[in-house]
Design a protein around this ligand. Structure first.
Ligand code: NAD
Ligand code: DAU
Length: 355
């Protein structure tokens, strides 16, 4: 590793998107990575097994809300860039247990900002100029769309779940630290990710594994809610671009222009599995079960990624049809990765309010 390596601290690097970011950065020349992660239930260290032992990758177990641990890690690693992904990420869990979302997503982001500010103030010259704090956020901060229209970077915030409200709060804190203290911040807001190493509490991996095991496939409400799907490796490339070339103070929407209803997604997974892993006497679509809706369920998300495409030259490389097929195949090929997670969380319904 040369003296000139770009030093990137990734928080939440053991999660779904953070691990894709670490794998992507590890494939670039001259990048030193530090993954700072608390290893909550959502972490899967096995997603980064291929980086263990490399001189350009380090892991520190820690909580983003632990100010002493965060400051000590930053002092020791001296990052050029902090990519802040660590968060509680599951909407259903935020409905029944919002406290962790407030603590990690809001307080944790505040702690990261204070530590980043102290570090940045101590830099000089080119090191100070090139420092970035990149906050990774969600399209859910913009609320819910009707049948038409897309979220742009100027769409007003209208978060409607404890999860999205906590992410919106953190976005506001990040922009305030940029505006008030001059910290060079960039924010990105992304639509639903899918792909390999996705914890099987989210729709696509949950339905894939339930269908594989012949279990009911829970579809909330009528299955007509729309999500805009983006392959996680396309997202990781976008994040790398935004972290290194994004303009301080700006935000960038990331999305794949792949709108589907939930029912379309679930039916497609069923058809792919029937083809790739036929089960005699079973048609997977017959496992689809309509269940009570998610409280406050947002109807539709859809992203306009024009700014990222035109200003930074990003383009999604994966179509949803090819990406979903590869993802289902990945789960078929990687039972050793998901079976310990399935043992920890077997797919029981989350997120129903008590009466
Ligand atoms: P994830 O739940 O898969 O992973 C989160 C990671 O953060 C885990 O490794 C966990 O151990 C770690 N973590 C949680 N609390 C922590 C704490 N207090 N201190 C340190 N580490 C902690 O999440 P994900 O789906 O990879 O999402 C990553 C980020 O991207 C989040 O900020 C999320 O809001 C955002 N995002 C996700 C999506 C998506 O579709 N998954 C879309 C847009 C934005
Ligand atoms: O839009 C970006 C967001 O996408 C991220 O910020 C979140 O971190 C991420 O979890 C994701 O949120 P969603 O709530 O959209 O994802 P989830 O996979 O939980 O649900 C996708 C859709 O499928 C949603 O409309 C609810 C529905 N659903 C979900 C589950 C788990 C079902 O119908 N059945 C299910 O069992």
């Amino acid at each position: 590793m040369s003296q000139q390596a770009l030093r990137v601290m990734v928080t939440g690097g053991s999660g779904f998107i953070g691990s894709a970011v670490c794998r992507h950065l590890a494939g670039q020349n001259n990048v030193a990575i530090l993954n700072y992660d608390k290893l909550t239930y959502a972490a899967a260290p096995a997603s980064l097994a291929m980086l263990e032992g490399r001189s350009d990758y380090r892991f520190v177990r820690g909580d983003v809300a632990d100010a002493d641990a965060v400051s000590a890690t930053i002092r020791d690693f001296r990052p050029d860039t902090i990519m802040h992904l660590a968060a509680e990420s599951h909407v259903d869990r935020s409905i029944t247990g919002p406290g962790d979302f407030i603590q990690t997503n809001i307080v944790g982001t505040y702690v990261m900002l204070q530590a980043a500010l102290e570090h940045w103030r101590g830099l000089a010259g080119e090191a100070k100029n090139r420092f970035r704090f990149h906050h990774i956020s969600t399209d859910e901060v913009f609320g819910s769309l009707g049948p038409d229209g897309l979220f742009s970077e100027t769409t007003p915030y209208d978060p409607r779940s404890p999860y999205s409200a906590s992410k919106a709060s953190s976005d506001h804190l990040v922009r305030a630290w940029g505006h008030t203290y001059g910290l060079p911040v960039v924010v990105s807001n992304c639509s639903n990710n899918y792909g390999p190493y996705h914890f099987p509490e989210k729709l696509i991996p949950l339905v894939t594994l339930n269908a594989l095991e012949g279990k009911p496939l829970p579809v909330y409400g009528q299955g007509d809610n729309v999500r805009d799907w983006l392959h996680v490796e396309d997202h990781a490339r976008a994040l790398h671009l935004i972290a290194t070339r994004g303009v301080p103070g700006e935000s960038y929407n990331v999305g794949g222009r792949n709108e589907r209803t939930n029912l379309q997604v679930v039916e497609t997974i069923c058809d792919i599995l029937d083809e790739l892993r036929p089960a005699p006497g079973l048609r997977r679509r017959d496992l689809i079960t309509f269940v009570a809706d998610r409280p406050g369920h947002d109807a539709r998300y859809a992203i306009d990624a024009t700014k990222l495409e035109t200003e930074l030259g990003w383009k999604a490389e994966e179509t949803f049809d090819t990406g979903l097929r590869k993802t289902v195949q990945w789960y078929l090929d990687n039972e050793a990765w998901w079976s310990p997670l399935r043992a920890r969380y077997a797919g029981q319904r989350l997120g129903l309010k008590s009466a």
